[in-house]
Ligand binder design. Structure first.
Ligand SMILES: Nc1ncnc2c1ncn2[C@@H]1O[C@H](COP(=O)(O)OP(=O)(O)OP(=O)(O)O)[C@@H](O)[C@H]1O
Ligand SMILES: [Mg+2]
Length: 272
């Protein structure tokens, strides 16, 4: 059994996709001791920067762009910490679309580049989380074709809920057109302010439209989570051996989401 591959998406920017990828990956590795890979397919390189800071990595020599040109992903893996690896990305990956269009004639080959690169290393991981830019592009098409599951992130704003429906619509189109096996495993509300009425209204609206697909766990807005983007992710313990309460609160949402994903995966893959 190879890794389960998850892409975190929404065609709306700034909704919390990279936060989910990096936190789920960190907690899957650090708390659950699962072998985890983050594959950054966003030329903004936000996930790569956060994970590099997490382990004080100063330079990353080989990125996904090298993997594409050499056909070898394994040599482009950067170890981040125990159980957590990264295939990093930077602005050089902007050329991916051109590369794909000039090198492959068939549409199916064009969307299967990443999936083929991942295949030989899947057996080494329990989970692979892919971060993508908020656009319909070769990046997102390739991520979808390489994934078992999508996690759709949304913020409680009308545009971002529209983004969920566009994402689901586009995913259905991809599944039909290319016969890929990809399912929405979760829709996750991000940056929720528990006391904000509008947030609660839009969250209820999302649950009405998408039912159980919306996870019970919501990701609340927390300054500590914002700070991890700048400083890297950490989970500190006090002298008494207990987790720092602000760190624990920041990680707790994501640990719960990992359990919900596990339960859903077991259900979706059980013989019924
Ligand atoms: N739960 C949260 N609490 C506080 N800040 C958050 C939270 N989630 C995300 N942020 C902050 O919001 C900003 C946008 O988040 P993020 O980069 O994850 O969004 P994104 O969807 O990946 O954006 P893009 O579409 O540009 O890739 C970042 O500055 C991040 O630190
Ligand atoms: Mg992002």
């Amino acid at each position: 059994m190879g890794a389960k591959v998850f892409t975190v998406g929404n065609f709306k920017g700034g909704v919390g996709k990279t936060k989910i990828v990096t936190m789920l990956a960190y907690d899957n590795a650090a708390i659950r001791n699962k072998k985890t890979l983050v594959l950054d397919l966003d030329p903004q390189g936000n996930a790569s920067q956060v994970l590099a800071k997490t382990s004080n990595i100063e330079r990353i020599d080989r990125t996904i762009t090298d993997a594409i040109s050499s056909g070898d992903l394994k040599s482009c893996i950067t170890p981040v910490m125990t159980n957590l690896d990264l295939v990093a990305c930077n602005t050089s990956f902007r050329s991916f679309s051109r590369f794909v269009l000039t090198n492959f004639k068939s549409e199916l080959d064009q969307i299967s580049v990443i999936s083929k690169l991942l295949e030989p290393i899947k057996a080494e991981y329990d989970a692979i989380f892919i971060d993508v830019p908020p656009t319909i592009s070769e990046f997102s098409d390739n991520a979808m074709a390489a994934s078992d599951y999508s996690i759709i992130a949304f913020q409680t704003q009308e545009e971002s809920l529209d983004g969920v429906s566009k994402y689901v619509g586009y995913q259905n189109f991809m599944v039909d057109r290319y016969n890929i096996s990809l399912q929405v495993i979760a829709i996750v509300a991000c940056m929720i302010e528990p006391d904000d009425n509008l947030d609660q209204t839009i969250l209820s609206e999302a649950r009405e439209i998408y039912g159980d697909a919306v996870l019970d766990t919501v990701i609340t807005y927390q300054k500590r989570l914002k700070r991890y983007s700048r400083e890297g992710i950490y989970l500190q313990k006090n002298k008494n051996g207990k987790f720092d309460q602000w760190d624990y609160r920041a990680h707790d949402n994501f640990i719960k989401i990992l359990s919900e994903l596990d339960a859903r995966d077991s259900f979706l893959t059980s013989d019924s």
